[in-house]
Ligand binder design. Structure first.
Ligand code: GTP
Ligand code: MG
Length: 558
């Protein structure tokens, strides 16, 4: 049975009545906040025509991923029945009792569209990635609104396709029966974006600031890494042409051969067909295909209750093979932009940037898309560097600098962490004109300098010996008064003058201490705190004299 904490679908991009988009930032944050900052993330997204079983497939993905969390080495097909004999998760067929409908992406039969906007599963799955040397990466599942639903404008349809392509590391393009020229044409819209990114050879020096500059931006990563998108897979539904459906490996080979034929350029005379194919393959790092047979007539009925047994056995076998292939460690690539594996913080910013770009429901120019990517990359580099610096400094002295750190040590920490923060910046900001990158770099250094000032001020406020000169004069008066009073205690009982002087000295001593006490309550508190820290350090074997000497030298400096 599914449990409430197994997750639910969350809408991350909503389509509005005005045929535009709205970004559900909190929903995305809810998903991404469950992933640690240093973890890579794979985004598997399914796009394609409406009513072709995308959400149904994703609900099976969820079953498999949940099952393999508990039984990672099981190679049987038991996962299909893992949550019962029926696929209730997401099952929205009318009249069907599905108590666990919310534990899947909503699917149903009929001609009316089901999914609108873009949805993400609320829980990331943590799986091994061979590409990451066997380390765990977070896997996110994305469901999208179907294309050509007779309600959505073509522009909005293309935008959904575009956003999905931009944010995913593995895009599954669901197509019916075969890969048509139409399917390829849709992909070609993005190849223009890829071409702009890959072919520019100018370094952007001396370019104009407004728009044009970024469009000529030069990705400065290795040529190999400049392919803008990663894995594209055509998933052909209701495939009818397998020669021997019992031999799954052979089925896989047959679809490979089919795709090789479809994408072949050499065999095509027409220029537009050739360029479409060339552009697609230059845009994606890998393009593959797989096919599933028809799931059986019972499955497509509006009253289908999700029975696994009612599904065609060949469909089940192929589905089992396919799910394992998609989530195998060899196929889980971390999401990368122009060859750079992005962090959770960067993913958030990219999704935000792209939603904004497509917000009006108009498909943007390839150059505009590239410009937005460059801008987001620079912003990501700036933010990541600042976060790196803050994390490093916080480790040294705590976010609120609760205790005093010796200035030499703090200086060293600043030098080290600012250097490594700028290293992060340089690693990320490698696309776009050199001038823009240099500008953002300078802004980042400025932001770090501002933070450094803040850490220094907070630390200096924790220095217990600060403003010590304010106590020296009253302290000396009090001390002299104490000494004189000590001698005046020996006054002869006949000397009124001596007794008066003694009383006055006593009064002066009390007044001075009262003055120091009232005006410096906070300082006493700090001295007390600092004293405990020093005591701790002494007991930890640190050299007390060294600490006091450096504190005194800072006092002299100030
Ligand atoms: N022909 C066919 N139907 C399928 C397949 N897989 C699922 N279905 C059925 O297709 C219907 C639609 O399924 P959904 O998952 O809601 O389809 P979708 O593509 O998400 O639809 P939209 O959200 O409206 O775009 C359901 O009745 C499924 O049972 C398949 O491989 N072939
Ligand atoms: Mg759907």
């Amino acid at each position: 049975m599914a449990a409430a904490d197994d997750g639910r679908p969350l809408q991350i991009i909503r389509t509005t009545e005005e045929n535009s988009f709205a970004f559900e930032e909190e929903n995305l944050a809810q998903v991404l906040d469950q992933i640690s900052d240093d973890m890579k993330v794979a985004v598997v997204s399914v796009v394609g025509s409406f009513r072709t079983g995308k959400s149904f497939l994703l609900s099976f993905f969820l079953r498999y991923l949940e099952y393999s969390k508990q039984f990672p080495n099981d190679t049987s097909m038991d996962w299909m029945q893992f949550r019962g004999e029926r696929l209730q998760e997401g099952n929205s067929n009318s009249g069907v009792d599905s108590p666990t409908v919310d534990f899947g992406f909503k699917w149903r039969g009929g001609t009316e569209r089901q999914t609108t906007g873009i949805w993400m599963w609320s829980k990331p799955f943590f799986r091994q990635s061979a590409i990451e040397g066997g380390a765990k990466i977070a896997v996110l599942l994305v469901d999208t609104q179907g294309m050509f639903d007779n309600e959505t404008t073509m522009a909005l349809t293309s935008c959904i396709f575009g956003i999905s392509t931009l944010i995913s590391s593995h895009q599954i393009y669901n197509v019916e029966k075969r890969i048509s020229e139409d399917n390829l044409q849709h992909l070609a819209m993005f190849s223009e974006y890829g071409r702009v990114g890959v072919s520019s050879e100018e370094d952007g020096e001396g370019e104009q600031e407004d728009g044009g500059e970024e469009t000529k931006a030069l990705p400065r990563r290795n040529l190999e890494d400049q392919v803008p998108f990663q894995r594209l897979e055509f998933l052909i539904r209701d495939w009818q042409d397998f020669e021997d459906e019992d031999d799954i490996q052979r089925c896989e080979r047959e679809v490979d051969e089919y795709w090789a034929k479809v994408k072949a350029v050499e065999t095509r005379e027409a220029e537009d067909l050739r360029s479409t194919r060339e552009q697609i393959t230059s845009c994606f790092k890998s393009t593959t295909a797989f096919a599933l047979t028809h799931p059986g007539s019972k499955v497509t009925k509006k009253t289908y209750d999700g029975s696994i047994d009612a599904m065609d056995p060949t469909f089940r076998k192929l589905l089992d093979f396919y799910v394992r292939r998609v989530f195998s460690s060899a196929n889980l690539d971390p999401k990368a932009i122009f060859g750079h594996d992005i962090s959770i913080l960067e993913l958030k910013n990219y999704v935000k940037t792209y939603t904004k770009l497509f917000e009006a429901g108009v498909f943007p120019e390839a150059t505009t898309m590239l410009a937005a990517t460059v801008k987001a990359t620079n912003e990501n580099a700036r933010q990541s560097a600042l976060v790196k610096y803050q994390q490093g400094m916080d480790r040294e002295c705590g976010p609120d600098v609760k205790t005093y750190t010796n200035t030499k040590k703090l200086d060293l920490a600043h030098t080290y962490h600012s250097k490594s923060a700028m290293g992060v910046f340089d690693k990320i900001a490698t696309i776009g004109s050199r001038r823009t990158v240099a500008e953002v770099r300078a802004q980042t250094e400025e932001a770090i300098a501002k933070e450094w000032k803040r850490y220094k001020a907070l630390n200096s406020a924790r220095n217990p010996l600060r403003n010590m000169e304010a106590y020296v004069i009253p302290g000396t008066i009090a001390l002299v008064a104490i000494v004189l009073r000590f001698f005046s205690m020996t006054c002869s009982s006949f000397s009124d003058t001596c007794r008066d002087v003694s009383d006055t000295l006593s009064f002066v001593t009390t007044a001075v201490f009262l003055f120091i006490f009232i005006s410096n309550i906070m300082v006493f508190k700090m001295v007390y705190e600092y004293g405990s820290v020093i005591l701790k350090r002494v007991s930890a074997g640190e050299n007390l004299m060294l600490v006091l000497a450096s504190v005194a030298s800072e006092e002299r400096k100030e």
